[in-house]
Design a protein around this ligand. Structure first.
Ligand code: SF4
Length: 410
């Protein structure tokens, strides 16, 4: 599959967005659309077009990681998977150390899994979210508790790695409920685990338009009722600490605020994001970070199809602050922020600003600076947004409840 790349970018990470889902989960804010959408085949064609175009425009760069996210990419038919795989192979020098697909435990049949494996996928990220019927119902999920164990077995039988996504803080969830989910997750022996607090955004996102008839009003009502039945901030913090302890005892390394891995099983693709490296996002709602500039595609399917038909450029994000982003992302990781390297990249003034913010956070026991490396403390992981606000030097930044993490898809 590997061929020499021509001039242009060095190795990049590739993200491919597949928005289709069997149903819309009421807490989800990803760019999603119904699996039965009349636009589905046009979308797959447009995505293949975008992949080919970007490969040419960037000089057929080498890609070290691939992440197919959504939405629910596991819903794609084998022919659709083959179309996208062929477009990727012919457009990029795929020298992959890791290739992940996100999957919903209920939509992962063997034919599709075999097709993903044939396309070079090495890792499946399963959107379990909860492992009890109570949790699945509370989150409005459509799969059953046993589906996740069956999916883990199926993925393993084809020699691929498994990551599980779990959500904590769902309406009425107790600490005992959470311990049961963690115990079952550990029993399933995944290579990697992501645990996210349920965050309920009360503003409609762009992709609402992709769900005709679903209505933002009903989603908003669900979220308001769910928020009223959720644990308070201290309760959410307790659940987070419970996960830290349980997963530590089970041998997982807590390498990012919301992510745990077996030794050697950290997500290489997401590490590119957290190290503020270079990645190309393809598909509706996908974000890119290339040559220090951030950009994105529209989250509305119609707007995306129109953009690709017109060969329109990605939408630039001029407000992005490369220096602040790099500091914030680095602090999410256990390896922390290397201030010497940061100074070489962004200059003395940027280091001075970041050091001032870190000093304030250190006084609050949120950060520890040892030599030239700054890391979040355990308390800082809980209150990461308090640290990040200080690094931005902007008190308008929204301070969300504890770990600033984004829910995983599928
Ligand atoms: S949580 Fe996953 S399955 Fe549910 S709507 Fe969002 S992307 Fe689709």
């Amino acid at each position: 599959m590997t061929q020499a790349s021509s001039a242009g970018h060095g190795p990049i990470a590739l993200y491919v967005h597949v928005p289709f889902c069997a149903a819309r989960c009421p807490y989800c804010d990803f760019a999603t659309a119904p699996a039965t959408s009349a636009l589905r085949s046009r979308y797959v064609d447009a995505l293949a077009t975008e992949i080919r175009r970007e490969g040419v425009a960037l000089g057929r760069p080498s890609a070290r990681t691939l992440y197919v996210g959504g939405g629910t990419p596991s819903l794609l038919d084998p022919e659709e998977i083959a179309t996208l795989a062929e477009a990727l192979r012919s457009s990029f020098d795929l020298d992959l150390v890791e290739a992940t697909v996100e999957a919903n435990p209920a939509t992962l049949d063997r034919a599709r899994l075999v097709a993903w494996r044939a396309a070079g996928i090495t890792r499946v990220s399963l959107g379990a979210q909860a492992l009890s019927i109570e949790g699945l119902r509370a989150l409005g999920r459509t799969h059953q508790p046993g589906d996740t164990a069956a999916a883990v077995d199926a993925v393993r039988s084809l020699g691929m790695d498994v990551s599980l996504d779990l959500i904590f803080g769902w309406p009425t969830q107790t600490r005992d409920d959470w311990v049961r989910d963690l115990t079952e997750a550990i029993r399933l022996a995944p290579d990697h685990l992501s645990c996210y607090p349920l965050e309920l955004v009360l503003e409609p996102e762009e992709a609402v338009a992709n769900w005709p008839g679903a209505g933002w009003g009903s989603v908003l009502r669900w979220r308001q009722e769910a928020a009223a039945a959720q644990a308070d901030d201290e309760g959410i913090a307790r659940l987070y600490r419970t996960a830290e302890r349980a997963l530590h005892h089970a041998g997982f390394q807590h390498y990012e605020i919301a992510n745990w891995a077996r030794p050697g099983k950290r997500c290489a693709h997401n590490l590119v994001y957290w190290r503020n490296g270079e990645w190309l996002g393809l598909g509706t709602g996908a974000h890119s970070h290339l040559s220090g500039a951030r950009s994105r595609r529209p989250g509305s399917l119609v707007a995306y199809l129109d953009a690709i038909a017109k060969n329109a450029p990605r939408i630039a994000d001029p407000a992005a602050d490369e220096a602040s982003d790099t500091a914030i992302l680095a602090l999410r990781l256990d390896e922390g922020l290397d201030l010497a390297g940061y100074g070489r990249r962004f200059g003395d003034a940027a280091v001075k600003r970041v050091r001032a913010g870190l000093a304030e956070a250190e006084d609050l026991a949120l950060v520890r600076v040892a030599g030239d490396v700054a890391r979040l403390t355990p308390r800082g992981r809980l209150l990461a947004s308090e640290v990040f606000v200080r690094l931005l030097g902007d008190d308008d930044v929204a301070t969300s409840r504890q770990p600033s993490v984004t829910l995983a898809a599928s």
